[in-house]
Design a protein. Structure first.
Length: 212
């Protein structure tokens, strides 16, 4: 696969970082093209050709254009050389896909928007924080953490090797754990805390740290 892939989006985005983590874990050189979906008037018209819903990321490799992070990361894993990020075992693969689905459906909104944004991002920007939103989010956040801890099967979420599930979870945890309520919540799950300690130490996490 000689062509260098291109990823489109902002480096602060959880989902752009998930794709970047996959590229770094596979040691693939790529170009990151900034796209500001919050710009006045929305993203540029050329970007809508890549992502008709105007979200990030989008991805291009040769003639292939993709959107939706899970499709992008699975392609990255399957199309390029490097360490496998998906198990060949159907049971482990099913659990990985379940974890990714859990993160998308329940954890992302709860951990990132309802807890991190309200507790950290808004005050940093001088905006009022709605602590009622944070309080209301905590039970679902606790359930997400408890379920991930229960599903974890080894040092990584799906066993002895890093998988797409770990890469999907890590950017969400990185934001979530900046909130004051987060560390005590995670501390209740020793195995998940140990996972996070290992995950945040990986070079791919350091290399994809958001610039803003």
């Amino acid at each position: 696969m000689a062509d260098k892939p291109t990823l489109f989006g902002a480096d602060y985005s959880v989902y752009v970082r998930i794709a970047r983590l996959a590229l770094h874990e596979k040691q693939i050189a790529y170009d990151l093209v900034p796209v500001d979906i919050f710009a006045e008037g929305g993203p540029p018209a050329w970007y809508i050709e890549l992502q008709p819903f105007g979200r990030i990321p989008a991805f291009r490799h040769g003639r292939l254009a993709l959107f939706e992070t899970s499709a992008i990361t699975r392609y990255i894993d399957e199309a390029f050389d490097g360490p496998a990020l998906q198990s060949t075992d159907p049971v482990a693969r099913a659990v990985m896909n379940q974890i990714i689905g859990l993160l998308d459906a329940y954890a992302y909104r709860t951990l990132v928007w309802d807890i991190y944004v309200e507790s950290v991002s808004k005050p940093k920007e001088g905006k009022p924080s709605n602590q009622a939103v944070v309080s209301a989010a905590r039970p679902l956040g606790e359930l997400c953490l408890a379920t991930l801890a229960r599903l974890q099967r080894g040092p990584w979420l799906c066993g002895d090797a890093v998988s797409l599930a770990d890469l999907h979870a890590a950017p969400m945890f990185d934001y979530f754990l900046k909130a004051p309520v987060a560390k005590p919540m995670l501390a209740r799950h020793a195995n998940l805390q140990d996972w996070w300690n290992r995950m945040q130490a990986r070079s791919s996490m350091t290399e994809t740290t958001p610039t803003s």
